[in-house]
Design a binder for this molecule. Structure first.
Ligand SMILES: [Zn+2]
Length: 404
C-alpha cells in the first residue's frame, strides 16, 4: 500500500517542462472528477437575513465562503453540509434546546434544497452522488458535528438518520456526555468515549452512519477506531507532524486510520495549519465588537456593513499570521506520502473558520488540484482524494449497516 509513494515526485520532475498545458489540464481534470468536501458549515448561513445560497457573496462583505455561484466557480460538486450545534449546558433544558436547534438547522438545509431543487439535491447513499452530479445538480449530504443535541438518548440518532444524516461526530471544542474533546482546557473527563459514547458508535454502525473523529481527543479517536465495525473518518483534520496542535492527528494514528480503511480529510483552518500565537488585544476587541452586535449571523443590511467595517479595522490594527496555500499543501502532501492516495481527502471547514491566503473561499479550490498534479499525482489519484475515498468508506458503512 505504501511502496510506490515516492513515484509521484519523479513524475513531477518529468512534467516540469510543460507548465502551460499542465494548467489547462488541471482545470479540465478538476471539472471532470467528482469533488466533495466533507465539512461545510454553510448551513449556519441559511437563516441569515437577506442571505441566499443562489447569490454570489464575498468573504470581505459577509464572511461567507460557500454559495452556489462560488461552488460553480470552484468546481465543487457538493459535500457534507453540517448540522453543527455548539456545546452548551449539559442539563435537561440544554439538551432539549440543542435538539430543537439541530432539528431546525436540518430543516433549514432541506428548505435550501427545496427552494433551489433545480440545482441542489439531498443525497442519502454513496451512489446518489454520481447520479446527482450527472443530472447537473450539486450533492447535499448531511452530517452532524457534535452529538450534544442527542443529550443522553442515543435512540435520537435514528431520527437524524431518517432525516438523512450520514456522518456523525461525538464531540466539539469541549468534553460532553459522549466523549472527550481534543481541545477541552480541563483535560480528559472520560479518557475517551463515555459509556453513552460507546453506544453512539454501535448505533451509528447499526444505522449506517459514518463515524467522524474530528475534534475528538486522541483517546476518543483510539476507542472509536477500535470499537467501530466500519472504517472511520476525520472529516476536517490536519497533520500533527506538520504543525503540533491537538486538533491535528499524529502519524501513528493516521497510519492506523488508513490500515482500518479510513480517510483523513484535510482542513484549511489556519490556526491548525501554522503557529498563530494568541493576540489578546485582538481577541478583546473582537469580543467587545461581538457583544455590541450579537452573533453576526443575525445581522443584515446596514448593520452588517458597519459590523464588517469595524471588524476589518480590528483585523488591520492587530494582524495575526495566516496560513497560505503552501502551508495547506504541506499537510495534504504529508498525509498522502504517509498513508497513500487512498486514505486522504478534502474537508476544508468552509464557513467554520477555513480558508487560507490564496484560497479565500470555495471558488479557490482548483488550486489544490493544480498543486497535486504539479506534485505528480494522476487524475485517478485526484478522483480518489476529491471524492472517491469518502464514497468508498460510505459504501462499506452502508453494506455493514444492519438497518439499511
Ligand atoms: Zn469543526
Amino acid at each position: 500500500m505504501f511502496g510506490f509513494r515516492h513515484i509521484p515526485l519523479l513524475l513531477a520532475a518529468c512534467l516540469a517542462g510543460a507548465p502551460a498545458a499542465h494548467a489547462a489540464d488541471a482545470g479540465a481534470i478538476h471539472q471532470r472528477i467528482l469533488t466533495l468536501d466533507t465539512h461545510l458549515d454553510t448551513p449556519m448561513n441559511f437563516a441569515r437575513p437577506g442571505w441566499d445560497m443562489m447569490d454570489e457573496h464575498s468573504v470581505q462583505s459577509d464572511m461567507s465562503e460557500v454559495d452556489y455561484p462560488r461552488m460553480v466557480k470552484g468546481g465543487l460538486d457538493g459535500g457534507f453540509f453540517a448540522i453543527f450545534i455548539p456545546q452548551g449546558p449539559r442539563t435537561p433544558e440544554g439538551f432539549a434546546l440543542a435538539l430543537n436547534a439541530a432539528l431546525k438547522r436540518e430543516a433549514e438545509i432541506r428548505d435550501m434544497v427545496a427552494r433551489h431543487h433545480d440545482v441542489f439535491e439531498l443525497a442519502f447513499r454513496a451512489d446518489d452522488a454520481e447520479r446527482i452530479v450527472k443530472s447537473g445538480k450539486r450533492v447535499v449530504f448531511q452530517s452532524m458535528e457534535n452529538s450534544y443535541p442527542l443529550g443522553k438518548d442515543i435512540s435520537l440518532l435514528k431520527r437524524f438518520y431518517d432525516l438523512g444524516v450520514r456522518m456523525v461526530g461525538p464531540v466539539h471544542f469541549t468534553n460532553n456526555d459522549l466523549a472527550d474533546s481534543a481541545t477541552d482546557p480541563k483535560g480528559p473527563e472520560w479518557h475517551g468515549l463515555s459509556p453513552l459514547g460507546k453506544q453512539l458508535v454501535a448505533e451509528a454502525n447499526r444505522l449506517g452512519i459514518i463515524l467522524d473523529a474530528s475534534h475528538a481527543s486522541d483517546e476518543t479517536f483510539d476507542q472509536m477506531l477500535a470499537l467501530s465495525t466500519t472504517p472511520i473518518v476525520l472529516s476536517h483534520s490536519s497533520a500533527r507532524a506538520v504543525f503540533n496542535h491537538p486538533r491535528n492527528i499524529d502519524d501513528a494514528r493516521m497510519e492506523k486510520l488508513a490500515a482500518a480503511g479510513g480517510v483523513i480529510q484535510i482542513n484549511s483552518y489556519s490556526d491548525y495549519l501554522i503557529d498563530t500565537p494568541p493576540n489578546l488585544a485582538r481577541e478583546q476587541a473582537m469580543r467587545a465588537l461581538n457583544r455590541r452586535y450579537g452573533p453576526f449571523q443575525g445581522l443584515g443590511g446596514e448593520k452588517l456593513k458597519s459590523y464588517m467595517a469595524e471588524r476589518h479595522a480590528i483585523e488591520s490594527q492587530y494582524p495575526i499570521p495566516r496560513a497560505s496555500v503552501d502551508d495547506l499543501m504541506a499537510h495534504i502532501l504529508h498525509a498522502i506520502r504517509l498513508v497513500g492516495v487512498d486514505h486522504v481527502g478534502i474537508g476544508l471547514d468552509w464557513d467554520g473558520g477555513g480558508g487560507v491566503t490564496g484560497m479565500e473561499d470555495v471558488a479557490g479550490i482548483p488550486e489544490i488540484t493544480r498543486r497535486l498534479l504539479a506534485a505528480g499525482y494522476s487524475e485517478q489519484d485526484l478522483a480518489k482524494i476529491w471524492g472517491g475515498n469518502i464514497l468508498r468508506v460510505m459504501r462499506v458503512v452502508e453494506a455493514k449497516a444492519s438497518r439499511p
